[in-house]
Design a protein around this ligand. Structure first.
Ligand SMILES: [Zn+2]
Length: 497
């Protein structure tokens, strides 16, 4: 009896949690049978040994064994799913990306899938073909979305802590400068993070990240039951095997940080051809030769622009596979797609995302499905509040959806500030002649024609008003050399020479 019931349970879980038929391939029948038979035999053996499961330890062992077996099965299935995901057409992925809602927790989504695509510019996403992003954005978007900082580390901290850089205090420079001073970073500030808040509310929290900056040493894993590095290429199949073991009644928070359009750019052959990226700029397996590119080399910069656009389209395709991998869970999920910062593609004579707060870095894409109404303007800092209120979890974050405050992006003392998304004040003593200027983003997209004193005075007083309301925090770095391992990882990302 026990044996039969157990087998039905395992089989039932495997069936109900499968990625929908469209996207899943049958795992070899023989192999599946082997797994189940082995499990059944082991359970039977254990029954004999401990006597009908009256002992808690035996029950725990059985449950653990069953979990491992389900996992093994999910991994086998994932291989088939991966093949199927790779062959999905754009139309099939668009359909899977935005299904009819089936929200099962008092009319709210059961799961949260928060996708951050590294280094994505809002204007380029709007310009090129991104059918998957557009499908989500058609469900919900904002007029203007800024990142709270312009590189990964502080930006993700704003996302996790629901606060601006001024409030969380993590304002350290790029690794090379830290290393030169023999300093290393402080961990995430000791305030509640999104994964903890959702975890306390009963969510199973899992994070897969494709940018090595987000390693455990800095504490990004705080609140996550599992926090694992997964490259973008493997992400769809990893997500497929992840959701295959989700149990009935559970709620899940899945944080997916894709490497996205971060350098080194490695466009696929298909998009490389579509955008006319010249192969001489690409090192096979390593990507675009950005380090050797002079910003004054017009042809080279043009090629980098093309390669970036090609990669953004590739990333959208990958996003389609990731969302399809959610299978039936997609319809019962809050899905948010955004980025941690943009990229300068030659504007202001810069390539990359160095220490600036120009618009190509601050303006990031944002799309939400299942989150109710969103304000016209948001920053990365208001996403945590959007998530918790969308899934019915009560928590007060420093920045809320109802009162998102001004748009603020900060980076090592530089500040970009706007109350309306049109007039932007930039305080940057290093890269701006007078140290402060105001630009009209509607008429002057390139931020090259500063406005007069009147606008400056308005922006200055708005900034002072905000600062008087928001407490400033400074985290201290540690006097300690960075580990060799970390330095190597950062060098690979182009953060260090
Ligand atoms: Zn980043």
């Amino acid at each position: 009896m026990m044996f039969a019931a157990f087998w039905v349970l395992i089989w039932g879980v495997a069936c109900t949690c499968r990625v929908e038929d469209e996207t899943s391939a049958q795992a070899p029948v023989e192999a599946e049978a082997d797994v189940d038979d082995t499990l059944a035999a082991e359970v039977e053996l254990e029954e004999d040994r401990v006597g009908n499961g009256r002992f808690p330890r035996a029950r725990r062992m059985r449950a653990e064994k069953a979990r491992k077996q389900r996992k093994a099965k999910a991994i086998k299935q994932a291989a088939g799913v991966k093949r199927k995901l790779n062959s999905l057409t754009t139309e099939q992925m668009v359909e899977a990306a935005a299904p009819t809602h089936a929200f099962s927790v008092n009319g709210k989504p059961r799961h949260v899938v928060l996708v951050v695509i590294d280094t994505l510019r809002a204007d380029v996403v709007a310009e090129v073909d991104t059918p998957i992003f557009d499908a989500i954005a058609s469900r919900g978007s904002v007029k203007k979305m800024w990142t709270s900082s312009t590189w990964t580390a502080p930006s993700v901290i704003s996302l996790f802590t629901g606060s601006s850089v001024r409030e969380h205090g993590w304002r350290f420079p790029f690794p090379a400068q830290m290393n030169a001073k023999k300093h290393t970073y402080a961990k995430l500030p000791d305030v509640p993070v999104l994964a903890e808040v959702l975890g306390d509310a009963g969510f199973v929290t899992t994070g897969f990240y494709g940018n090595t900056l987000l390693h455990r040493r800095l504490g990004y894993n705080r609140g996550f039951k599992r926090w694992r590095f997964v490259g973008d290429r493997r992400l769809p199949s990893v997500v497929a095997s992840e959701v295959a073991v989700w149990e009935e009644g559970e709620r899940h928070f899945l944080y997916l940080h894709m490497f996205g359009a971060h350098q080194p750019l490695r466009p696929t052959a298909e998009s490389k051809e579509k955008w006319g990226v010249d192969s001489k700029y690409i090192v096979p397996g390593k990507g675009f030769k950005l380090k050797k590119l002079d910003v004054k080399d017009k042809a080279g910069v043009e090629q980098y622009n093309l390669a970036y656009r090609a990669v953004v389209e590739d990333v959208d395709h990958r996003l389609g596979q990731v969302l399809a991998a959610l299978g039936e869970h997609r319809a019962d999920s809050l899905v948010i797609i955004t980025s941690d910062h943009g990229e300068l593609l030659g504007e202001h004579d810069v390539l990359g995302h160095g220490s600036f707060v120009w618009e190509p870095l601050t303006d990031v894409p944002f799309a939400v499905d299942g989150g109710g109404s969103v304000p016209a303007r948001m920053t990365t800092a208001s996403i945590a509040d959007l998530v918790t209120r969308s899934v019915g979890v009560e928590h007060t974050w420093p920045v809320s959806v109802e009162n998102p405050g001004p748009l603020v992006a900060q980076r090592e003392g530089k500040i970009a500030f706007s109350t309306d998304g049109r007039f932007k004040g930039v305080w940057d003593s290093k890269n701006l002649g007078d140290g402060f200027a105001v630009f009209d983003l509607k008429k002057d997209v390139g931020e090259t024609a500063p406005l007069g004193e009147e606008k400056e005075a308005t922006l200055m007083s708005s900034r002072s008003a905000w600062e008087s309301q928001v407490k400033e925090v400074h985290l201290a770095s540690k006097e300690e050399a960075m580990s060799e391992e970390l330095i190597l990882a950062l060098q690979e990302l182009g953060y260090m020479e």
